[in-house]
Design a protein around this ligand. Structure first.
Ligand code: SF4
Ligand code: MG
Length: 319
């Protein structure tokens, strides 16, 4: 359904250009949930924005690659054509619902607008659809919430509204960028349950962007691990959790605290991601890798298939 090929995204500051995403390729199949994992700054959010045609230009720019959606390169579309796809065939839910909802309009008006823009429904039908969507995402007293303003809702409710908006036009592909990160653990669990149910009911493909491996385990079929603007490992979720290969992925796995602990964040790998724009000849993970060899400083490892569907970018698996 979606095929990203050789995507390279650059940013520019003070007359200097630097890549934040380095020629990444991946695909999302119909009805599947693909996880995109990595620490903040690894390029995952800007990758998802590029699919929506929303990379802020300037300073950002897609400088190479293709984003094929049902065989059409989204990068070649005019803004008007992209508008027809955005919010309709492909929609996105963001981490911070308060910044994505307009404070001065009611929830109902914002939901209706999206539906009216992308469907042939009348105003009355759009309202009925909006209320139905609010009910579908588990919002009690949907008729009342329809007439409420965003600030009258809790964070969890606002995030449900965002999901309702994301799904109102029955997208084929939903991009969810850290949709539960800002929420407390109980609400997070409820929203994830909800998304799983919706996925089963609607067969929507999901690109799920997160730094939380617990969420990946619950939600995803396949996973891509990104580090410093590159894909370093790709596998189905079982393989990734039971047989991670890349030292970075392994580090992530070890940094998952036990199940009893509530926080499942990626914070315990020593060192830092190389700053964007740094020129690196060898492996981009070199400074943080406890398995590094001489070769790693000199040559940049390629992504290599270890077995069908499992790829890894590391010299340890060169043979
Ligand atoms: Fe570590 Fe070398 Fe593999 Fe990079 S290529 S992850 S430095 S072992
Ligand atoms: Mg992000």
């Amino acid at each position: 359904m979606l095929e990203v090929k050789g995507l390279t995204i650059q940013f520019r500051n003070d007359e200097k250009e630097y890549s934040v995403v380095h020629g990444i390729s991946f695909h999302v199949n119909k009805g599947e949930t693909l996880g995109l994992v990595g620490e903040s700054g690894c390029g995952k959010s800007v990758t998802s924005l590029s699919i929506m045609g929303l990379v802020p230009t300037p300073p950002g720019k897609v400088v190479a690659g293709e984003i094929l959606y049902k065989g059409v390169d989204l990068l070649s579309l005019q803004e008007k054509q992209m508008n027809e796809i955005r919010g309709n065939e492909i929609s996105m839910i963001f981490q911070e619902p308060m910044t994505s909802l307009t404070p001065v309009f009611t929830i109902g008006r914002q939901l209706d607008e999206g539906i009216l823009l992308h469907t042939k429904l009348t105003k009355k039908e759009a309202k009925a659809r909006s209320i139905e969507m609010l009910k579908l995402v588990g919002i009690p007293r949907a008729e009342q919430i329809y007439t409420s303003y965003p600030h009258e809702l809790s964070g969890g409710m606002r995030q449900r509204v965002m999901i309702a908006m994301g799904l109102a036009c029955q997208p084929q592909l939903l991009i969810a960028d850290e949709p539960t990160t800002a929420l407390d653990v109980t609400i997070q669990a409820q929203i994830l349950d909800l998304m799983r149910e919706l996925k089963e009911q609607t067969d929507t493909a999901i690109l799920f962007i997160t730094h939380d491996l617990g969420v990946v385990a619950e939600m995803c079929d396949r996973v891509i691990v990104m580090y410093a603007g590159e894909i370093v490992e790709e596998a189905d979720v079982d393989t990734l959790f039971h047989d991670p290969k890349h030292p970075y992925t392994r580090g992530l796995m070890e940094s998952i605290p036990s199940l009893e602990e509530k926080k499942r964040r990626l914070y315990s790998i020593a060192g830092q991601v190389p700053p964007a724009g740094s020129v690196i000849k060898g492996c981009r993970f070199l400074d943080r890798c406890d398995r590094a060899m001489e070769r790693c400083a000199k040559d940049h490892p390629e992504l290599r298939e270890l077995k069908q569907g499992h790829t890894c970018r590391c010299w340890l698996y060169a043979e």
